[in-house]
Design a protein around this ligand. Structure first.
Ligand SMILES: C[S@@+](CC[C@H](N)C(=O)[O-])C[C@H]1O[C@@H](n2cnc3c(N)ncnc32)[C@H](O)[C@@H]1O
Length: 183
C-alpha cells in the first residue's frame, strides 16, 4: 500500500521534468513605445517597398503584428515580426494562428538588435530617430545588396532615401512620411 504514494511521486516528477521551459523574457532595450501604424499607411509602406510574393520581409518592432499580417495576407510574402513586449507577441501570434498564416508568417519574441536580417528583401521600421541610428549599422552589416528598407515618419541616420513620400491625411487628420532606402 505504501508503494502507491511513491509511484505517484515518481510519476509527478517525470511529468514535471517533461514540462517545456517557460521562455525567459529577452533582454533588450526599448527602442520605441508601442504606437501602431494605421492600416492605410501599412499598405503604403509595403507598396513603396515593392514587396513581392514569396519575398522575405521583417518588421522591426512588430507591435500587434498588423504589418506582418498584411505582408503575408495581401502581398503573399514570407513575413517575420520581431517584438520585445510579451503581450504583443501573444496577441500577434494568436492573430496569425486565427488567420491561418503560420505557414508564411511568424513573430519572434526577441530584441531587434539581436536578430539576423541577411535573408530580408524588405525591412519595415517605425522606431524613434535615435533608435534608427542603433539599427543602421546592423542593417549596413547584414542586408544583401538590393534589399529595401521602408522607415515610417523618421529617416535613418545619413542614409539617402531613394524616395520620400508624404501622405498628408491618413483619414484621421494625421500626416505620415515614408522613406524608402535601397541598399
Ligand atoms: C512604434 S511601435 C510600431 C509597431 C508596428 N511596427 C507598427 O508599425 O504598427 C514600435 C514597437 O517596437 C517594439 N520594440 C521596441 N524596442 C524593441 C526591441 N529592442 N526589440 C523588439 N521590439 C521592440 C515596441 O514594443 C513596439 O511594439
Amino acid at each position: 500500500m505504501f508503494l502507491k504514494p511513491l509511484v505517484l511521486a515518481a510519476l509527478c516528477a517525470a511529468a514535471f521534468a517533461q514540462q517545456p521551459a517557460v521562455p525567459a523574457a529577452p533582454a533588450g532595450e526599448k527602442l520605441a513605445p508601442y504606437y501602431p501604424t494605421p492600416d492605410i499607411i501599412v499598405d503604403r509602406m509595403l507598396a513603396l517597398g515593392e514587396l513581392r510574393a514569396g519575398e522575405s520581409m521583417f518588421d522591426l518592432g512588430s507591435g500587434d503584428g498588423r504589418i506582418v499580417v498584411m505582408a503575408a495576407r495581401k502581398y503573399h510574402a514570407d513575413a517575420t515580426g520581431v517584438e520585445l513586449d510579451q503581450d504583443l507577441v501573444r496577441q500577434s501570434s494568436a492573430k496569425l494562428r486565427s488567420l491561418g498564416l503560420t505557414g508564411t508568417a511568424r513573430i519572434i519574441y526577441g530584441d531587434i538588435l539581436k536578430q539576423n536580417y541577411a535573408a530580408a528583401n524588405l525591412i519595415t521600421v517605425y522606431l524613434l530617430p535615435e533608435s534608427n541610428l542603433r539599427v543602421q549599422p546592423m542593417l549596413e552589416a547584414q542586408l544583401k545588396k538590393g534589399a529595401r528598407v521602408v522607415a515610417h515618419d523618421f529617416p535613418i541616420g545619413n542614409w539617402v532615401p531613394a524616395k520620400t513620400v508624404t501622405i498628408p491625411d491618413d483619414g484621421e487628420g494625421r500626416s505620415h512620411t515614408l522613406y524608402l532606402y535601397i541598399r
